[in-house]
Design a protein around this ligand. Structure first.
Ligand code: DGY
Length: 426
């Protein structure tokens, strides 16, 4: 497939998953609007339909909660092919949403789409309306998920990370009880191969946390301290820091001084705090279990995704070494878990497979830092994966087997973005 054909296919995927004012990640498995899927998908739309790209992010932020939180799923239309649906969450919103959040990539996406907009008047109008909302979300994070002001926010549910079943959470997740979780029927395994998905044991704990937070009325002033699961993820924090930095730059250019100043302060504090997560032994950042007060020695992609944030140059250099090392033990970069680790599973969601969105964010961070060689390898691997196995949700980093959902929106959006913005050999 040449690059033009690939872009044509990718646009078809976006159009098939387009529901008018939002896209679904893929038909069947994920039938609603997902937070970070949407923001990253907007990057793809922006290359050929800027108004549609802005609409995607506008729709997401239209469902922001009063406290600033932007939910992880918006249940725009009923669909009983998904579990857990609105009745399980019980958040009481007019248009139902979940009560947890997801990686805040919207600030980054908005800046990127603005900076290369052909319709700069539309872009300026959109940014003026969207920045205060995104800024309120960022402030919510530091207020509600970092109540002691450490500079790093904690996740209260693995679904917030987007990396649902990462090895990173295993020990902390074992401490989440399952008492009181009644019988339920999973729907995901009717749409995707169960061997590619989280286990039933993990699903019980996912649901226990939802029930616990629901019993607290989804009150974000209580959830952090009440949750038995409280993990600081370097990848998630890197996304938040990068988004704060992007909002700071954009707000400064538009004369939105207060937002610029506060965003810059949050980003600077976050970058400094990231140092506490560095591991010389693994050559990457680690997660931190805030409930137990200890680092989690797990060799996952979360610690490499930190490259997306404005971290110091010597840390970038070390992360490049780490990626090169991973490149020696798999065929397609970047595996979501180190293939040499005993827990690695090349097919199972975030325990090994390659995700194009992560490859893109890591490469974007490395590009800013002036790294070239390793980007060529990462981007080349992305294209080979798609050529071999299509626009799957994720791929096995050794065999390229397509995994999870097929015909996947953000995978397609990333191909459009990569082919337009990185120099990749034809
Ligand atoms: C799912 O349902 O698998 C999602 O990842 C939760 O956001």
């Amino acid at each position: 497939m040449n690059h033009d054909e690939m872009i044509r296919h990718a646009r078809q995927v976006l159009s098939d998953n387009d529901r008018g004012a939002y896209t679904v990640p893929t038909h069947g498995l994920y039938p609603f609007q997902w937070n970070w899927d949407s923001a990253l998908s907007a990057l793809g739309f922006a290359h050929y339909d800027e108004p549609r790209a802005w609409t995607e992010i506008e729709t997401l932020l239209d469902h922001q909660w009063d406290d600033g939180m932007v939910p992880h799923i918006i249940f725009h239309a009923p669909d009983d092919g998904y579990f857990p649906g609105p009745e399980v969450w019980g958040t009481g919103r007019a248009v139902p949403t979940t009560g947890i959040t997801q990686p805040p990539v919207a600030g980054f996406a908005v800046r990127r789409i603005h900076d290369r907009a052909r319709d700069s008047a539309l872009a300026a109008r959109q940014v003026r309306a969207l920045l205060p909302k995104i800024h309120a979300w960022h402030q919510w994070f530091y207020r509600c998920r970092d109540p002691e002001g450490t500079g790093l926010v904690a996740l209260l549910h693995p679904w917030e990370s987007g990396r649902d079943n990462s090895v990173d959470w295993d020990d902390a997740f074992d401490r989440v009880p399952i008492d009181g979780v009644g019988e339920f029927t999973r729907r995901d395994t009717a749409h995707a191969n169960p061997a590619h998905r989280p286990t039933d044991g993990q699903y019980k704990r996912y649901i226990w946390l939802v029930q616990k937070f629901k019993s607290l009325g989804w009150d974000n002033t209580k959830l952090h301290d009440a949750s038995p699961f409280k993990v600081v993820d370097p990848g998630f924090n890197a996304i938040l820091i990068r988004a704060c930095e992007d909002v700071a730059d954009l707000a400064a250019r538009l004369g939105m001084e207060e937002i610029a100043k506060e965003s810059r302060a949050m980003a600077d504090k976050g970058v400094a705090a990231m140092e506490s997560l560095w591991s010389d032994e693994l050559g990457q950042y680690l997660c931190y279990d805030r409930a137990e007060g200890k680092l989690i020695p797990s060799a996952s992609i979360g610690g490499v995704l930190a490259a997306f944030a404005p971290i110091p140059k010597h840390r970038i250099t070390a992360l490049v070494r780490r990626i090169e090392e991973l490149g020696e033990v798999c065929n397609y970069l970047i595996p979501s878990h180190d293939p040499r680790a005993p827990e690695f599973d090349g097919l199972r969601y975030w325990r090994g497979p390659v995700w194009l969105i992560v490859n893109f964010m890591v490469a974007d961070g490395l590009q800013r830092a002036g790294e070239r060689e390793i980007i060529d390898r990462i981007m080349g691997d992305c294209l080979r994966l798609i050529e071999t196995s299509g626009f799957a949700e994720y791929h096995d980093p050794v065999t390229a087997e397509p995994c999870g959902g097929a015909h996947f929106t953000w995978t397609a959006a990333m191909i459009i973005e990569i082919l337009h913005t990185f120099e990749v050999a034809a």
